[in-house]
Design a protein around this ligand. Structure first.
Ligand SMILES: Cc1ncc(C[n+]2csc(CCOP(=O)(O)OP(=O)(O)O)c2C)c(N)n1
Ligand SMILES: [Mg+2]
Length: 359
């Protein structure tokens, strides 16, 4: 018997749970100002997130999926992307999109039921959120194929959750990326839950990262509570994609510190105490403690930042609430270029209804 192939799945972490540096820091992370920038973004995301949940609880926003606990994933990805790359997000990714030209108010609009919130990117390059679970990796493979045919040095970054990796589309996308050698990076944001289904019930494989092996390219795990690791590994994978048309799968591990969405109640299925145990790993405190240890952050900085984030978020809420709603018949206008006759009557009928205001 001969062994014909062997595989390994690496795990990347630079800043551990106790905020200790355990590996040589990548160059960008040796610049405290760069780390402060990432820290500020993570805090902004958390402040916005709490506000969005409060708005939903008071009837001013529709269903909203929280980012709590996953801030480093969004910020690390956004910081690693080049302007010319293309991002194919899923519904939790607003924290990346605000680094790509989207406004916070766009997301209030979107989750408030106004589709104009979905038209966020400056030059309309990035895709809108994918709410269907697992369909977007295929779109990403298709776009990457176009970049390759056109010989453009651009990479596609696509995200999905751990639950999405059980969809056939996910495997098909990986297979295509491997066989065609496409410039695409697949990020699986593994927050350990797909609504009430735990990661342990999702796959018999030890890691999700190893699913890349069957497709013929490399997969790795990244500590998703360590923004330095996320930023470094996503940047490195994007570079390989741009320069060598080499795909990568990154399984980024974190923990969902919230209900699945505001329509969920995780206390009905999440074992007691796990969230608290996982909280010691959370990304914002981890980076703050490190910055404090190198004298690059203080309590005064923190208070100033929280006040700034509060103002920024309040401004976004005001923009959302003051934006005049669209005419109600617009739901027909976005769907068809030429409205089929059978809907003409319905369109007229709906015009008589009262238009709900934002918030
Ligand atoms: C095709 C499809 N099936 C089912 C759903 C309902 N659904 C919405 S989110 C979700 C769980 C997804 O979990 P995961 O991929 O881990 O992402 P997470 O929400 O945890 O970030 C499901 C089943 C959907 N939106 N689309
Ligand atoms: Mg999940």
């Amino acid at each position: 018997m001969n062994i014909v192939a062997r595989f390994e799945i690496p795990y990347y972490q630079y800043l551990n749970e106790t905020s200790t540096v355990i590996d040589t820091l990548p160059e960008f992370a040796q610049d405290p100002q760069h780390l402060q920038r990432l820290y500020r973004l993570m805090v902004l995301i958390r402040v916005f997130d709490s506000k969005a949940i409060a708005l939903q609880r008071t009837g001013k926003l529709g269903t909203y999926p929280s980012s709590r606990g996953q801030e480093a994933v969004f910020v690390g990805m956004g910081d690693a992307l080049a302007k010319t790359d293309l991002f194919v997000p899923y519904y939790r990714d607003f924290g990346t999109l605000i680094q790509r030209g989207a406004k916070l108010s766009d997301f209030l609009m979107y989750w408030g039921g106004d589709e104009r919130g979905n038209s966020y990117s400056d030059d309309k390059t990035d895709f809108p959120f994918s709410v269907p679970v697992g369909s977007q990796p295929l779109h990403a493979a298709g776009i990457a194929s176009a970049f390759k045919i056109r010989k453009e040095k651009r990479a596609v970054l696509v995200t999905c959750g751990d639950g999405a990796t059980s969809q056939g589309d996910f495997y098909e996308a990986l297979n295509l990326a491997g066989i065609w050698q496409l410039p695409v990076v697949f990020v699986v944001s593994n927050n350990q839950w797909a609504i009430s289904v735990p990661r342990s019930a999702q796959t018999g494989a030890k890691t999700i990262a190893q699913k890349a092996i069957a497709a013929g390219f490399s997969g790795e795990q990244v500590d998703g509570n360590d923004v330095i690791a996320v930023r470094e590994r996503v940047a490195s994978a994007l570079k390989k994609a741009r320069e060598n048309n080499e795909p990568t799968l990154l399984e980024i591990l974190s923990y969902r510190q919230s209900d699945h969405t505001t329509a969920d109640d995780a206390s009905r299925y999440e074992p007691k105490g796990v969230r608290e145990t996982e909280w010691v790993k959370e990304p914002i405190g981890r980076l703050r403690r490190y910055l404090e240890s190198i004298q690059a952050w203080s309590e005064t900085d923190e208070q100033k930042l929280l006040a700034e984030c509060g103002e920024t978020v309040d401004q976004a809420v005001a923009e959302y609430q003051n934006c005049p709603p669209q005419p109600i018949e617009s739901i027909f206008d976005y769907l068809y270029e030429t409205l089929p006759d059978i809907y003409a009557e319905q369109r007229e009928d709906v015009k008589k209804k009262e238009v709900p205001v934002h918030g």
